[in-house]
Ligand binder design. Structure first.
Ligand code: ADP
Ligand code: MG
Ligand code: MG
Length: 251
């Protein structure tokens, strides 16, 4: 589904290379986790895949279902099925959460040549999905993420994901700042979306999220590259011994 080959990325305005040859293949139906020390380039990878400004791809490629996504506008990437849940979800003052969700859903439908969702069907869908994430009516009416707690913002990201049903879901430290209960809700939301046609890339610092969202494959990223790949046991190794052992071994 997602295939990244030899991806090199630098900052657009600065002579700073961040990704130095990332190779990664995520198959449909699988959950891949990326762990790694702070500053290793995990968020940069997710930003570049989603099309954020400020980065320049200097070498390599990234395809989604065989299509080159790096050449697409962010909206086209979303329509192609890519979704990024941000490490720091943005607040959008003045735009109601429901309006935002409906607009995003209809934009996606339009890009796919489908009709807009009716007001009634939308309401039914959003209420059903919100309920499972314990997002109440008040949160749905408020401006997107404005005044939401850290946990509420992350749950709201998962609500967006549940509404849009993307095929390739990237979660960047969705667990950071969550208490145990919120992490369970977020994990349950993700697990409910697991499907043979959908893939996940879960970026996390901590093993504990991976107790709830069981990954098929775990990658360690360091200094702009994937330096080690293994099964879930790799996450436990990190939890027990930190990154030093693995990085020493790789070096
Ligand atoms: P991670 O998510 O693994 O913690 P990041 O992708 O956020 O790592 O960052 C990788 C490196 O790139 C860090 O050294 C970070 O400071 C730098 N970096 C990323 N984006 C920017 C930016 N827009 N301006 C300056 N430095 C950046
Ligand atoms: Mg970081
Ligand atoms: Mg990060």
């Amino acid at each position: 589904m997602l295939e990244i080959k030899n991806l090199h990325v630098k900052l657009e305005d600065e002579d700073k290379q961040i990704l130095k040859g990332v190779d990664l293949t995520v198959e449909a139906g699988k959950v891949h986790a990326i762990m790694g020390p702070n500053g290793s380039g995990k968020s940069t990878l997710s930003y570049v895949l989603s099309g954020r400004d400020g980065y320049e791809v200097t070498e390599g490629e990234a395809t989604l279902d065989g299509e080159d996504i790096l050449e697409m506008e962010p909206e086209a990437r979303a329509a192609a099925g890519l979704f990024l849940a941000f490490q720091y979800p943005v607040e959008i003052p003045g735009v109601g959460n429901m309006t935002f969700l409906r607009t995003a859903l209809n934009a996606q439908r339009k890009a796919r040549g489908e009709d807009e969702i009716s007001a009634g069907d939308f309401l039914k869908l959003v209420r059903e999905k919100a309920k499972t994430l314990k997002i109440d009516a008040d949160m749905l009416k408020r401006p997107v993420n404005v005044g939401f707690s850290g946990g509420e913002k992350k749950r709201n990201e998962i609500l967006q994901m549940a509404m849009l049903e993307p095929s390739m879901c990237i979660l960047d430290e969705t667990d950071s700042g969550l208490d145990v209960d919120a992490m369970k809700l977020v994990s349950e939301g993700v697990n409910a979306l697991r499907d043979e046609g959908r893939a996940f890339l879960v970026i996390t610092h901590y093993q504990r999220l991976l107790d709830h969202i069981k990954p098929d494959v775990v990658h360690i990223m360091a200094d702009g590259r994937i330096v080690k790949t293994g099964g879930p046991e790799l996450a436990l190794e990190v939890e027990n011994n930190g990154y030093a052992d693995i990085l020493g071994e790789v070096a």
